[in-house]
Design a protein around this ligand. Sequence first.
Ligand SMILES: [Zn+2]
Length: 388
Amino acid sequence: MDHIRRAPKAVLHDHLDGGLRPATIVELADAVGYGDLPETDPAQLAIWFREAADSPALEGGAGLERYLETFAHTCAVMQTRDALFRVAAECAEDLAADGVVYAEVRYAPEQHLEAGLTLEEVVEAVNEGFREGERRALAAGHRIRVGALLTAMRHAARSLEIAELANRYRDLGVVGFDIAGAEAGFPPTRHLDAFEYLKRENNHFTIHAGEAFGLPSIWQALQWCGADRLGHGVRLIDDIQVAHDGSVKLGRLAAYVRDKRVPLEMCPTSNLQTGAAPSYAEHPIGLLRRLHFRVTVNTDNRLMGGTSMSQEFAHLVNAFGYTLDDMQWFTVNAMKSAFIPFDERLAMINDVIKPGYAELKSEWLFRQAAAETAVASESTRDQGVGQG
Ligand SMILES: [Zn+2]
């Protein structure tokens, strides 16, 4: 686990309102007089979030309301400039402490307007929080770079406005756009004007698609909306046939996704919680990695999943026997698929990620010397203590 935490990682799919520290929620609720938290002890609250998010899978969909309730609580305490600043700063700090060197963190500005902030004020507070978090991380010995993705809600009608906002804050901390929320009944094509606007502006976007809903959602996200990446995309597995002899046949859509190197933002723990995958070992990421799709590993909601990037990788190492080479492959995939400029992605891969893995992978070379040193210093201690 220590190796996994120290390895450089990149996350492309992490929700700001899904990653708060439980103690921060309690303190912020207290500060703004929000009295609806189900628990006021941080440890109990952490358990409540985890269990509430587990319930859709456990209760066959009946717990979906409870799952959504978790975000009502986090959003409720993220309505002021100070709260957004704090949550964003802590997000960057927590990711950095977990060994994440590059993160794209998303949130929906329209969900933070209840106390009178404007969309612009929300974006600026979060951006300043990320910068503060990057500085604190550096002071603690961790380097991280965080970019924001602005999310529009699928059921709402503000996507064009949010897309324009993302474009306005481009190069000012916002690196792209996303669309999220319940898939069923809200196809991405409802928001075509937002996507067409972003394409005309040469901007980037990802779409939550193929999580609960099937192939049509993925197909629309790619072929109608022109998404650069797919959020989840686990249902792509429905377009791949594996025969008894192990041979594999890709359908047209799956073949297109692989041929065009469309990045898949996979979030194993989240998929288990929502029932999109039955177990880590049966998660489509195993097959998709084997078939060399452009797969990336992500957290989705660290609070609701009780997870982190290191935790996600630990689960995959357990389930599939992945090595540091596999981790590096996933991380390079993520960095290739990031929305920052090409030269910066390349520098991150060549100057940060690859050297980081090389350092970890070379440690075995010196293990013998380290073991001998440990033995030597132990015997010196045994013989020498008290003689000086
Ligand atoms: Zn998500």
